[in-house]
Structure formats: structure tokens, C-alpha cells
Design a protein around this ligand. Structure first.
Ligand code: GCB
Length: 665
């Protein structure tokens, strides 16, 4: 009972403080109805997030069509004059929203948030909100074609915002309405210019309005505080502005120490706080140099990272916070220090996680493959970029905005415009892009460049990564990264190959993927000027049109299977190279039984003193390791079961990995 009372008191306190702060954010995810336009009689009750291709998203004929979501609800409790907004975090790909039969708006873009005001149409009870969702191909909206399934649905959370009449606006492309532009970030001093966009005030009220800002550290200590009544116009709104300074700040220092601060921005009329928004922020400098690569806070910090797609089996894009956390744990386990969130804006929860975990993030818009030369297409692509930037402006993890991925054609004018927009929106971050062409004029546009290249998978042998990089290196142009490389792999297919299998074929042996990564990465790692490298991909993902590997409808280049249950051998190769915790892994354990031509034993470890016990006999590795890979080519395999234990030592402690592999000569 005591506990219940305590919880009630806490809940009350939370509502009171939310009200005192002037706003309520109410989850709006339960109790929706849903049907596909193809089957209007087939109505089901659903909760959000919801994706209507969770089951068919790996089949070529998956449903790409319209669907109707609706919800009947009573108006939230609110004070007189309060205004009500609805915010969708993402709908794949277009949403026509109406309340009580009146259209509120139509949003184009499958990955960014949007917001509408409901106030004037709200009845006290029995309101009907309807959302017509559409995931059909549309020549005016990117992506038009891409190597991933275009999942439909209201697949991220929805909330109602109850705001006082005058408030910090949620209507600036659904951004938080609070922007902190970093001005300085050194161990001695950090400072940020804060802009808070307001709406709903009369001129007279505006005159009396002041902005109270505070920065608190993780321990809740206030490290900076200011009051200002300076105003300017920003993004078409009145903005209250101020500058906050922190003496001897803790910098956001990536995986080493991702120090964060909470910025709270309150609007006040005298002593009365009218509205308040908090944001997580951090101070850091990221510079990319042609020869030295990427530095974080002045220290070399080339990115050793992965690409991530967001879908999961059965759920499509409607994934949970637990799913995001599981993905992050796996990415941390291999020791990555950066992530390319491909090929579109990801969930707010995941950018927050990247801030907390110190992952450097490449953020991008879904401008992939095709670029129709029309005004409508240009307009929607530009607005997707503005949404990405404004909604995610405050994340210290994000260091670049990517403008395109592998574009066919050469839409120089549009990409140049996107580049200018990104600079105008955010002077503090680089623009970049992922290109698959060495000669495209588009490559000259962004501040820093990156290339997708697949030596050892789509062509040639893995060692040609050296030429792939060296030919792309342009001393007179921008610094270079490898934004994608990799190979397909099934944990059910095994074999030792000397050249790549048919990429579009069904046989994708796990061992070849490991070989490609070992050799590709060795070449990348030799070159300090490569500012980042991003494995394609951390996880297998749905690509309905593919007919290859062990399961059709999938791209199986993940280091981990689609269900996140099985790390492939290549996962452990990176773990040996990137993570600091002692580890040892015998590669090819699933490759059993084996035959004469496949007797090599391979071990990945970041420890010393490595040896192998085979059927009770000790063997030392052949020669020196290459990129933490040890090999044994002369083990006398016995017919039947072969027992292996790999021993490795770090700081006097020995760790082991075991397996049994059978052998049929
Ligand atoms: C690429 C694309 C990516 C594909 C990948 C592949 O270059 O950027 O969207 O999924 O290749 O697996 O072919």
C-alpha cells in the first residue's frame, strides 16, 4: 500500500511539474483501428508503433498501398486557452491526417517527424482522428528505388502535446523548438548560442517575455545559467536568444567519455514560467583532415564503424526501445566508435542512445539511387533534409549530414542546393555523401566524401580494396572515407573459396564473408588518411526484391543475422580488432563436417600467447597474425570429431574458446 501511495504521489508530482512547466506530452499510441485499402472489411485493433509489412516485407509482392488508421478519443484535460498538437515521429511514407472529417495536412517523407495543431477542431468527447498512410512508389518522393523494403505504417510513436497559448513551438518542421549552436568547445571553455522559437504571444506579451536557460551536468549540478530577453527572427518565428558558457567543461569525447549536459530553456513572464523544453547537449569538436583523418577534440579518432538498417523480422520498422538497445549493445560489443544510420533518419531514441554511448553518427536523408528532375521531387527532398537537421540539431553524436547515396544521373543542381541548405541550417557540421562512382561531378560537392565499394563481393578479389581506395584518393579534393564494403553470408552455408561466389546466387558461405572483411579491412586500416570506415551492414535486412542467399527477400551482408540471434564469424573479426575487452574466437565453428581442402583453422583474438590444443596436442600459430587473425594450416585432422581449444592470454589471465568440428577425408 505504502508503495502504491508513493507511486501515486510520484505520478502526481510528475503531472504537477509537467503542468507547472506549461506543457504535457501525452503518448497517443494505444487503441487504434487499422485496415488496408485492399481489404476494407478487415479491420483490426492495433497499438502503435505499427507496421503493415512486418510479415510480408521480405516478399517481392509485399503490400505497397494505402491503409487507414483511426482513433476515437476525448480531448485531453487542459487549462483554458491551452492548445493541442499531434506529433507523429514517422509514418512510412506519406500521411494524410484529418480530425473530425477536416484535413489537417499531408506529410511526405517516411522517416521524419511532423506535427499538426488540433485545437480548433477538438470536441470534448468522441473525436475521430484518421490517418491515410501510403507506402506506394511515388516519383515525387525519395527514395524511389533502393535496396531495402519500403515498410508502411505509423511505425514510430505518436504523442499529443498540450501547450499553453503562448509556447515554445513544435511547428518548426517538428523540431523541439530549441536549438543550441556550439560556439566553442575546449577543455577550458565551452559555449553555445541558444535559440528558442516561440509562438502564440501578442506583441505586448512578447515584450515582457524572457528566456531562462540552464545547463546541468550528469550529477544535476548547474554549470551555467542565464536570463535574457534578446529576440531575433529565426526560421520565420520569433526566437529568444542567449549564450551559455561553461568553464572547464567535460567534453563529449566519443566512446572514451561521452559527457552530456541537460539544457533547459524556460519562457518566463516575470517570475512565472510559461513553458519549458529540455534537450540533451554536449560540447565537442570534430575535424576531418585530408591526411590525418578525423579528430575528435583534437585527438585522432578515425571512425571504425558500421552501417545500420532499422528493420526486424515480424516487426518491420515498428521496433521497440528494447530492440534499439539490443542493436546498440551488439554494436558496442564489436567495439565500433561510429555508426552510419543508413539510408534515412532513424528513431529519436536511437540518436539519443548514440549521444549517451559516445558513437559518432553519420546522419542521412533517403536520397538514394534515383533523382527525377522535377520541382516536386526537389521540394520534398529539400524538406526531408531540413526536417532531419532541425529535428536532430542538438545531438552531439551527429557530426555530418549526408546528402545522397549512390545516385544515378548527375543532379548537380539539386545536390548543390542540398549542400547549401545543410550549411545554412547548420554551419557547425560537415556535409558528406556516399558515392559509388569515381568520376561523378557530384563527388565534388560535399565537404568530406565517402565511397561505397565491394571488392571481393561484386567484383575482383578482396585485396583490390587497396586500389579501390588509392584510386579514389584525390589529394586536391575532399578527405575520403569508406562508407560501405562487405559481403553476403549465410550461417547455414559453408566452404573455403578462393574467389567470390555468385553474389546473386543462393550459396553465400559464411567463411567467404569473413575472408573479405579480413582482407578489405587490413587495406583500409593501413591508410590513416581514411577518416572513417563503415561495414555494410551490422545486421541482415529486408530487401524484398533480392532472390539470393539462404532466404529470399533479404540482404545478408550483416555481421549479425536478421533476428540478432547469431553473430557471424566476421563479427568476431571486428571484435578482435576494435574492442578492448580480451576475447578469443575460433572462426568456422559452424563449418562441420569438413573435407581435405578445408583444414585451415583460424582464430581471432586481441590477446597474446595464443596456441591451439587439437585433440590434446598443442600447436602454435603459423607465423605472425594479420589484423588479429591467427592461422594453422598443418593440423593433422583426425577422421570424425576434432576437438579444438584456443588459448589466449592477457595480463596473466588466460581465456579460451572451444569447438568440435568433424572431418571426413
Ligand atoms: C550499396 C547500397 C546499399 C546496398 C548495398 C548492397 O552500395 O548503397 O543500399 O544495400 O550496396 O548490399 O549491395
Amino acid at each position: 500500500m505504502k508503495k502504491i501511495l508513493l507511486l501515486l504521489a510520484l505520478a502526481l508530482l510528475q503531472t504537477v511539474s509537467a503542468r507547472a512547466a506549461g506543457r504535457q506530452v501525452l503518448p497517443f499510441n494505444d487503441g487504434w483501428s487499422f485496415y488496408k485499402m485492399s481489404a476494407p472489411g478487415d479491420v483490426s485493433d492495433v497499438d502503435l508503433p505499427h507496421c503493415y509489412n512486418g510479415v510480408d516485407g521480405t516478399r517481392p509482392g509485399y503490400y505497397r498501398g494505402e491503409a487507414i488508421y483511426s482513433k476515437v478519443f476525448d480531448a485531453p484535460e487542459r487549462g483554458s486557452g491551452d492548445r493541442v498538437f499531434i506529433r507523429f515521429e514517422a509514418v512510412g511514407f506519406q500521411a494524410g491526417v484529418s480530425l473530425n472529417g477536416v484535413e489537417l495536412g499531408h506529410h511526405k517523407g517516411g522517416f521524419t517527424a511532423f506535427c499538426y495543431e488540433l485545437t480548433d477542431l477538438l470536441r470534448p468527447e468522441g473525436n475521430l482522428l484518421e490517418v491515410k498512410v501510403d507506402n506506394r512508389k511515388d516519383m515525387t518522393l525519395a527514395p524511389i528505388n533502393a535496396d531495402f523494403t519500403m515498410f508502411g505504417g505509423i511505425y514510430r510513436p505518436v504523442s499529443l502535446l498540450v501547450l499553453p497559448k503562448g509556447h515554445i513551438t513544435p511547428m518548426d518542421y517538428a523540431s523541439p523548438g530549441v536549438y543550441m549552436e556550439q560556439l566553442e568547445a575546449s577543455p577550458q571553455m565551452a559555449s553555445g548560442a541558444v535559440k528558442v522559437l516561440v509562438d502564440g504571444f501578442s506583441q505586448k506579451q512578447l515584450g515582457k517575455l524572457s528566456l531562462h536557460t540552464e545547463l546541468t551536468d550528469v550529477n544535476g549540478n548547474i554549470v551555467a545559467r542565464s536570463v535574457s530577453d534578446s529576440k531575433m527572427t529565426h526560421n520565420g518565428f520569433t526566437a529568444l536568444v542567449d549564450t551559455l558558457r561553461v568553464v572547464n567543461p567535460e567534453l563529449w569525447d566519443g566512446r572514451r567519455s561521452p559527457a552530456l549536459y541537460t539544457l533547459s530553456a524556460s519562457l518566463a513572464d516575470g517570475d512565472r514560467i510559461i513553458d519549458k523544453v529540455t534537450q540533451t547537449v554536449g560540447f565537442r569538436t570534430v575535424t576531418v583532415d585530408h591526411d590525418k583523418g578525423l579528430s575528435l577534440n583534437g585527438r585522432p579518432n578515425n571512425i571504425r564503424g558500421v552501417n545500420r538498417h532499422q528493420d526486424r523480422p515480424g516487426k518491420g520498422w515498428a521496433i521497440s526501445e528494447a530492440d534499439h538497445l539490443e542493436d546498440m549493445e551488439l554494436i558496442k560489443e564489436i567495439g565500433a566508435n561510429g555508426i552510419r544510420l543508413a539510408h534515412y533518419p532513424h528513431a529519436e531514441f536511437f540518436y539519443d542512445l548514440c549521444d549517451r554511448e559516445g558513437m559518432l553518427v553519420w546522419a542521412e536523408i533517403p536520397f538514394v539511387e534515383q533523382a527525377p528532375d522535377t520541382e516536386e521531387f526537389a521540394a520534398s527532398t529539400k524538406s526531408q533534409l531540413i526536417e532531419l537537421i532541425r529535428q536532430n540539431y542538438n545531438h552531439p553524436s551527429i557530426f555530418c549530414w549526408s546528402l545522397f547515396n549512390e545516385l544515378g544521373g548527375e543532379p548537380v543542381a539539386l545536390v548543390s542546393e542540398l549542400n547549401d541548405i545543410a550549411h545554412a541550417e547548420d554551419a557547425g557540421r560537415y556535409t558528406t555523401a556516399a558515392s559509388n562512382s569515381d568520376n561523378s561531378p557530384l563527388n565534388d560537392i560535399p565537404d568530406i566524401m565517402a565511397y561505397n565499394t565491394y571488392p571481393g563481393w561484386y567484383w575482383a578479389d578482396p585485396a583490390t580494396m587497396q586500389y579501390a581506395i588509392d584510386w579514389k584518393y584525390r589529394p586536391d579534393k575532399q578527405p575520403l572515407a569508406i562508407s560501405e564494403y562487405g559481403a553476403g553470408a549465410s550461417v547455414k552455408h559453408h566452404g573455403i573459396l578462393t574467389e567470390h561466389p555468385e553474389p546473386g546466387g543462393e550459396y553465400h558461405p559464411e567463411e567467404w564473408q569473413a575472408t573479405v572483411h579480413e582482407i578489405n579491412y587490413r587495406e583500409i586500416d593501413k591508410r590513416d588518411f581514411v577518416w572513417g570506415t563503415f561495414v555494410w551492414n551490422m545486421f541482415d535486412f529486408a530487401s524484398a526484391g533480392r532472390t539470393e542467399g539462404d532466404t529470399h527477400g533479404m540482404n545478408d551482408k550483416g555481421l549479425v543475422t536478421y533476428d540478432r540471434a547469431t553473430p557471424k564469424d566476421a563479427f568476431y573479426f571486428y571484435k578482435a580488432n576494435w574492442n578492448d575487452e580480451p576475447m578469443v574466437h575460433i572462426s568456422g565453428k559452424r563449418f562441420s563436417p569438413r573435407r581435405e581442402d578445408a583444414r585451415q583453422v583460424k582464430v581471432y583474438t586481441n590477446c597474446d600467447g595464443i596456441y591451439l590444443i587439437h585433440n590434446g596436442v598443442r600447436y602454435y600459430p603459423d607465423g605472425n597474425p594479420q589484423a588479429h587473425v591467427y592461422t594453422w594450416d598443418n593440423i593433422p585432422w583426425a577422421d570424425g570429431d576434432n576437438r579444438f581449444t584456443a588459448h589466449a592470454t592477457r595480463d596473466g589471465k588466460t581465456i579460451y574458446d572451444n569447438c568440435i568440428i568433424s572431418y571426413n577425408k
